[in-house]
Design a protein around this ligand. Structure first.
Ligand code: ATP
Length: 243
């Protein structure tokens, strides 16, 4: 019998309406979603279907128009900006389409700065993660001295260095060749399997989606269902695992 696993991040009736120049645009319509420790969910859908809007609301970066996001079973509606930012820092990791790396810092420093121990204590873990995504030879490069795909991998390493409970990644393999994409996917699936991280990744690639435990499709703001996870329950040490 499979033990029930509590979601670390959940959406209930999540609706996002943008105010566009020509009037409101409903980007997400009542999404319901559970992300559980140790599982990877791929989110697919055509351009403009609402994937980034959903990710942004799930990541507590924008207040939804309706519905709510729960972190560790706790409703985040009405939390102060400080409380939301603490939840983002302590529980969530992000990889955005634009990487938001700090231009004056090296690859190692960009990753280490996101480590709870700061630059000094984070440098070792940062180097390990950068090696894991094939950037061991670019540790001292600043963002402008890196290709787009290399910057994307630095952003992924930065998102993982504080061992987040949830990783939200917007097309983390979008700029990568097959070999680099495979290294990134290995790192993501390893983070899920070993650290119990719940991963949600937006992708246009059928190959990437095939490596996820579950695939969900968005169409015109509606989040469709997907095949249930094929894997057995996540590791016993994962937070939130029911006894
Ligand atoms: N800030 C905004 N103001 C107005 N409309 C917006 C805003 N952001 C997104 N939209 C609209 O909301 C819809 C969903 O956009 P979103 O970026 O979430 O789609 P997406 O599925 O991530 O697309 P892509 O695959 O191209 O990145 C689109 O029609 C878009 O034009």
């Amino acid at each position: 019998m499979t033990a029930e696993v509590r979601p670390v991040l959940a959406a209930r009736g999540l609706t996002v309406v943008h105010r566009g120049p020509d009037g409101p645009v409903t980007a997400v319509r009542g999404a319901v979603l559970d992300l559980v420790p140790g599982r990877t969910v791929a989110l697919t859908g055509r351009s403009g279907s609402g994937k980034t809007s959903l990710l942004t609301a799930l990541g507590l970066l924008a207040v939804p128009t309706a519905g709510t996001v729960l972190v560790d079973g706790r409703d985040t509606a009405g939390l102060s900006d400080a409380a939301l930012s603490a939840l983002r820092r302590d529980r969530l990791g992000f990889v955005f389409q634009s990487f938001h790396l700090l231009p004056q810092f090296t690859a190692t420093e960009n990753v280490a700065l996101a480590h709870p121990g700061g630059l000094r204590r984070g440098a070792g873990p940062a180097r390990l993660l950068l090696n894991g995504v094939g950037l061991g030879h670019r540790l001292g490069h600043r963002p402008r001295e890196l290709s787009a795909g290399e910057q994307q991998r630095v952003a992924l390493a930065r998102a993982l260095v504080n061992r987040p409970a949830v990783l939200l990644a917007d097309e983390p393999t979008g700029n990568l060749d097959a070999e680099s994409a495979s290294a990134v996917l290995d790192l993501l699936t390893r983070s899920a399997a070993q650290d119990g991280c719940a991963v949600l990744l937006v992708t246009h690639s059928a190959e990437v989606a095939a490596r996820a435990d579950r695939v969900l499709e968005m169409a015109d703001g509606v989040l469709g269902g997907g095949a249930p996870p094929a894997l057995p329950c996540p590791p016993a040490h994962a937070p939130g695992a029911a006894s």
